[in-house]
Design a protein around this ligand. Structure first.
Ligand SMILES: CC(C)(COP(=O)(O)OP(=O)(O)OC[C@H]1O[C@@H](n2cnc3c(N)ncnc32)[C@H](O)[C@@H]1OP(=O)(O)O)[C@@H](O)C(=O)NCCC(=O)NCCS
Length: 183
């Protein structure tokens, strides 16, 4: 059993992929619960999703490691803008997840702060946003503690890892001003 409060934050590398895939699956289970269709995950393997983030020139992934084990990650990058590529001034947190048995020990907060520190090195980035499933009350409480404010709701009609006939996901947008030079 690792001591999660001793975790340190690093950039993810390809050796981390198997552990990241397991944490990603736990996160999907937490987020989608009974609506998660595990058979559909086999058609969109977690390893592929993670490898493409690691290979990306615009996205980044930080990992929390403890005694050599990966116990959490945060993926982030510039906010995509339909038809226009990416926003220059807005960063988006894609997913932040901590291994189930390590939650509640400050690991999520350490990852979140590492993302903020990285973004604050880029003076053009003014704010961080994210979308979280509106019924993910623990994540919403966490982001509230991190100083983020809910600003908007949307309904996502389809999600390829949810069971056929599952209700559409409602998502809430959160944002945090980074207080940079341009805000
Ligand atoms: C959300 C998540 C990343 C939080 O990580 P964590 O390591 O457990 O959180 P921390 O221990 O760093 O908590 C930081 C603060 O948030 C609060 N918080 C964390 N989880 C909470 C919960 N379930 N309910 C209320 N507050 C919570 C903590 O109390 C703490 O505040 P405090 O210092 O004042 O006590 C983790 O629960 C997780 O992996 N969830 C599953 C995946 C997910 O839903 N990710 C978000 C979707 S984008």
């Amino acid at each position: 059993m690792v001591e999660p409060h001793n975790a340190h934050i690093d950039r993810a590398d390809s050796g981390d992929v198997p552990a990241l895939a397991r944490i990603l699956e736990q996160a999907y289970q937490h987020i989608h619960g009974a609506h998660l269709d595990l058979s559909r995950l086999q058609h969109a393997p977690r390893e592929t999703v993670i490898q493409s983030t690691l290979a990306s020139r615009v996205h980044a992934m930080h990992v929390a490691k403890c005694e050599g084990e990966v116990i959490g990650f945060a993926s982030f990058g510039p906010q995509p803008v339909a038809g226009l590529g990416y926003a220059r001034r807005v960063a988006e947190l894609g997913l932040l997840a901590v291994r189930e048995d390590c939650r509640g020990n400050g690991v999520g907060q350490a990852l979140f702060e590492s993302v903020l520190a990285r973004l604050r090195e880029q003076p053009s980035v003014e704010k961080l946003i994210l979308w979280v499933e509106s019924d993910n009350s623990s994540a919403r409480a966490f982001y509230g503690k991190m100083g983020m404010t809910p600003t908007q709701e949307r309904e996502q009609p389809g999600n390829r890892i949810r069971t056929a006939g599952a209700p559409p996901c409602k998502e809430t947008r959160y944002e945090l001003s980074l207080g940079g030079d341009n805000s």
